[in-house]
Design a protein around this ligand. Structure first.
Ligand code: AMP
Length: 251
């Protein structure tokens, strides 16, 4: 099971420094995860964090953390962003880029980073490139998980998330030991609002239109690694490590 870090600086902003930073890595991995919703990126993120130690920088988690705040503590920009999220739409680039820019020092984390859910558009990728330059760091690889669309839709419908530790299960592919209860912390599992069928359709359209072009963007930069996301989570992870080691020479 992946190490759960509090990720204060990422989730709440730079005025809340992390108390449990990932340990400094001799050769920190700096990775981006790509793949349609439901392709199993979350599970692969857990494996990668456990094995390679980077900090998990998920923009979706920033929005979910903001959603958990009382309404009086949410800024108007966050409130507006949550409206897009609820409908399954992408939050506008300006808002997301501003949130990541505020947290730019997380890109310099000594443990490395695993960006998950960002960038999602070419404009965001360009903004990220600028931020990486200011932090004087480079991406090791962009991991792109691929799966036929019908399988993706089926997987999202069965996905359940822990209300407390955010671990992800699937009612048939990766069921918890006890139905509806998290194996890790015992809290209740729920279906995310944006995993419901009406939101899923919008998310898939947003992915095809805005995020799929990122594979060309990163392919042209020579950092893209495409991985077939079929088989067990362990098999997919082994496939990932083989391709990643071949590309980076790290082991
Ligand atoms: P995720 O957990 O990455 O699937 O994100 C959940 C939701 O947050 C998405 O469906 C979007 O509404 C919003 N979101 C997260 N990251 C981004 C991003 N980089 N650009 C636009 N919207 C985002």
């Amino acid at each position: 099971m992946a190490v759960k870090r509090e990720r204060c600086a990422w989730l709440k902003g730079p005025q809340f420094p992390c108390e449990d930073k990932p340990p400094a890595q001799q050769r920190p991995y700096r990775l981006v995860l790509l793949g349609a919703p439901g392709v199993g990126k979350g599970t692969q993120a857990e494996f990668l964090i456990e094995r390679l130690g980077p900090c998990h920088l998920s923009t979706g988690d920033i929005f979910r953390a903001a959603k958990a705040l009382p309404e009086s503590e949410r800024t108007p920009a966050i409130e507006e962003a949550l409206g897009f999220m609820k409908r399954g739409d992408l939050v506008p680039d300006g808002t997301v880029v501003a949130l990541v820019r505020e947290r730019v020092e997380c890109l310099n984390c000594e443990g490395g980073f695993l960006l998950d859910g960002f960038p999602r558009t070419v404009a965001q990728a360009e903004a990220l490139e600028g931020m990486l330059k200011t932090q004087k760091v480079k991406l090791d690889a962009v991991l792109n998980y691929e799966m036929p669309i019908e399988k993706v839709v089926d997987r999202i419908g069965g996905r359940r998330t822990c209300s407390k530790c955010k671990a992800v299960f699937h009612v048939t592919n990766m069921p918890p030991k006890k139905a509806g209860v998290c194996d890790h912390c015992g809290a209740e599992l729920f279906q995310r609002e944006d995993d419901r069928p009406e939101s899923v359709r919008v998310r898939m359209q947003a992915y095809a239109k805005s995020t799929a072009p990122l594979t060309d963007y990163y392919g042209n930069k020579g950092v893209l690694i495409s991985i077939i996301a079929e088989g067990s989570p362990e098999e997919i992870f082994q496939r990932t490590m083989k391709l990643l080691n071949a590309r980076t020479g790290k082991s």
